[in-house]
Design a protein around this ligand. Structure first.
Ligand SMILES: [Zn+2]
Length: 477
């Protein structure tokens, strides 16, 4: 979930109404000071805690203490978001930024990009502070060499700058870069169209109308070409030719999966992961991280790779994109309806922050989390079958075991507790138990395939209902 908090930061900034009507009050410096000090205290507290923890890794209770620290780090991401909301709405941050941009080119043309970049900066800076606080603990862990099956000479922990840069790329930029490009695209298109239409028409359409007209083409362009941007943001290069690369390419050919390239994901050995991105083969990339490649056997790398192939084979990226668009439209419809029927909620800062926003997050979390867990499981099943050479057969015990070993190793390398429930992936244990259960009963895999077909029919029906509801709502005005 943590990456999605970045999107929430954007949404909160964009949803907050302009505060230009508020005069710069004499309390503003005090309010902004409080806003900054809040973040500083959080980061300072966590940094001291992290350093103390790193110095005591040999003590018997170290593992429990580290777990507590990581739980607090998780909570801090939400605290940063909550504090950002408070600062934006009530501690004068939005007022200051609006006044700074007053009468600027950006404000005159109603551009969103400059305000968004400046506005979200405090939250992202605080996030960087969290990694700073985390560094000492992670470095101590690497030095201790607790990683599974360490090589004879474990590499030293990365320097702080590398560590921060890699975390920025892996977490922040992965989500933030496409969002920023999308907003920039919107600004450029609207300003250009505005200028052209003003010459051609007596009364050019409003920005709201233009925004609706460009929404679908911009989002489609981003979904199609986004991987070209992300492969650069994430620091990747083509996976060098090797017997393993040959084996992965053969797997793709066997299962008729098109792709532009298989990429080596350079994470300074900080993360064991694989990723597939791209809706169409021309701009589709399958990424394997350096740590994954170094620490897994070829069989296990193939298993993880096959899981990513499963996402392509079952069109999961399309379903996820449709799900996100469906949920966002449903939430905006619900917000609009509530705003019309309960103006005290829709028009007030308190109503927006305490009712509409949590409602949106809850709907998104429930629907996206559920869909995401289903498709992860289906990709696991695909992987176990693909390793056996054919995906029409039931999952067999030997290949389920190879996949299980790969997933366990990935969890260990990333310091993920096998039983920890993940909102969008489910726990590693539950995923592996499910696969073993399928391998135990010959008919179970066919039953599972039928259940998934039902699941997709239901999802399609749900999306159709959303589309009809939207059409009716628009028609009724
Ligand atoms: Zn997956």
């Amino acid at each position: 979930m943590s990456r999605f908090i970045f999107i929430l930061v954007f949404l909160i900034w964009l949803a907050c109404p302009a505060k230009l009507e508020h005069d710069i009050s004499r309390h503003l410096p005090l309010q902004l000071g409080t806003f900054a000090v809040g973040y500083a205290l959080l980061i300072a507290g966590l940094t001291v805690w992290g350093k103390r923890l790193a110095a005591r890794t040999q003590q018997p209770e170290a593992a429990i203490r580290a777990k507590r620290f990581h739980r607090m780090l998780d909570a801090s991401r939400w605290i940063i978001l909550a504090w950002f909301t408070l600062g934006t709405y009530w501690l004068g941050w939005k007022t200051l930024v609006d006044h700074l941009l007053q009468n600027s080119f950006a404000q005159r043309h109603e551009l969103q990009f400059p305000s968004l970049v400046i506005g979200c900066l405090p939250a992202f800076a605080a996030w960087l502070g969290l990694w700073f606080a985390q560094y000492a603990v992670d470095a101590a862990r690497l030095r201790q060499n607790v990683l599974f099956d360490p090589p004879a000479n474990p590499p030293p922990p990365p320097p702080l700058r590398d560590y921060l840069r890699t975390h920025m790329r892996l977490q922040l930029l992965l989500i933030v870069a496409p969002m920023l490009i999308l907003v920039l695209l919107r600004d450029v298109l609207i300003t250009t169209l505005d200028a052209i239409l003003a010459r051609l028409m007596q009364s050019p359409p409003s920005h709201d109308t233009l925004e609706m007209a460009i929404a679908i083409p911009s989002v489609t362009a981003m979904l199609l070409f986004g991987p070209e941007l992300l492969r650069r943001v994430l620091k990747t290069r083509p996976l060098p030719a090797s017997p393993l690369r040959q084996r992965l390419e053969t797997l793709c050919q066997q299962h008729h999966i098109g792709y532009a390239d298989v990429l080596l994901w350079q994470t300074s050995h900080q993360m064991a992961n694989a990723l597939v991105m791209g809706l169409v083969a021309r701009w589709r990339y399958i990424l394997i991280s350096d740590l994954l490649l170094d620490r897994l056997t070829d069989d296990q790398v193939a298993a993880v790779f096959a899981h990513e192939m499963g996402h392509v084979k079952h069109h999961h990226l399309y379903w996820l994109a449709a799900c996100v668009i469906g949920v966002v439209l449903t939430c905006s419809l619900a917000a609009d309806w509530i705003g019309n029927h309960y103006p005290r909620i829709g028009d007030s800062d308190i109503g927006q922050v305490l009712v509409l926003l949590p409602l949106g997050v809850a709907i998104f979390g429930l629907v996206f989390g559920y869909v995401s867990r289903q498709i992860e499981r289906q990709a696991d099943v695909f992987a176990a079958r693909a390793l056996a050479g054919t995906v029409g057969q039931p999952v067999d015990a030997a290949n389920a075991a190879i996949f299980a070993a790969a997933l366990q190793r990935v969890a260990l390398l990333n310091d993920i507790n096998l039983d920890a429930r993940s909102w969008d992936h489910g726990s590693v244990t539950s995923r592996l138990d499910f696969l073993h259960a399928l391998a135990q009963t010959p008919d179970a895999t066919a039953g599972y395939d039928r259940a998934m077909r039902r699941f997709y029919r239901l999802a399609a029906a749900g999306l159709a209902v959303v589309a009809i509801a939207l059409a009716v709502y628009a028609w009724l005005g």
